[in-house]
Write a protein that binds this ligand. Sequence first.
Ligand code: ARG
Length: 271
Amino acid sequence: MTTYATHRHYLMCRPTYFAVEYAINPWMDPSRPVDRELAIAQWEQLRRTYLDLGHTVDEIEPLPGLPDMVFAANGATVIGGRALEVQFREPQRADEAPAYRNWLEQAGFPVHAAKHVNEGEGDLLVVGDYLLAGTGFRTAHAAHAHAQEIFGRPAVTLQLVDPCFYHLDTALAVIDERTIAYLPQAFSPGSQAVLRRLFPDAIEASLADAAAFGLNAVSDGHNVVLPVQADGLAAALRDRGYQPIGVDLSELRKAGGGAKCCTLELRGSTR
Ligand code: ARG
């Protein structure tokens, strides 16, 4: 199959103040040391990878006291040049929402106020005409209908059931307009049936690849940036004509995040 890359515009946040100071997902253990310098170097490599692929990367200023702000995917959802503000479930991350909101407004994106808990692209993924919308741990079900109303795209609710895969973008990767990869057992039986119906040709990932954050991948339609450790998924992607590109984000994984978590796609921007 021929696959095509399209130019992407991303927003990232340097992990200047990255730390694991609290535990709001099962990957986080504040007693385990984190090497911030290494986290910054690994993040820098991710940013460089996007630039080398020809994508545009903007940066938002990191704020002290917000150790998870590096996870820019949770900063908003941006489609067609319009943004939906986030509202974090956990109080430790609450102050990230206005920071991202201000950045987007200053960049010229109209921002719709959040009405319910929604953690941005962590739980709202665009695939073709649809919004795949996760719930169960973070984003509230009611936020799906709000996102559908704002963006005019049908929101398909997917129920997450495994706390290790607490955001949709840890359990499901959008590869192109028709193709996804996912870990079936991270979803309720009904949601698994929905995914099989909508995506009969989806790539099913192994638990090992998902646990390596392989599904926390960033695709431009051809190049798929994912952790080097997710080799089974990389092979499956290569078989289908995609180009997997391995990056090592071991330090950020200690906070429960990977490549996609560090990357907010700004869709429909003018630059
Ligand atoms: N420590 C962060 C949290 O639990 C990690 C966020 C990961 N982001 C993502 N898009 N999955 O909120």
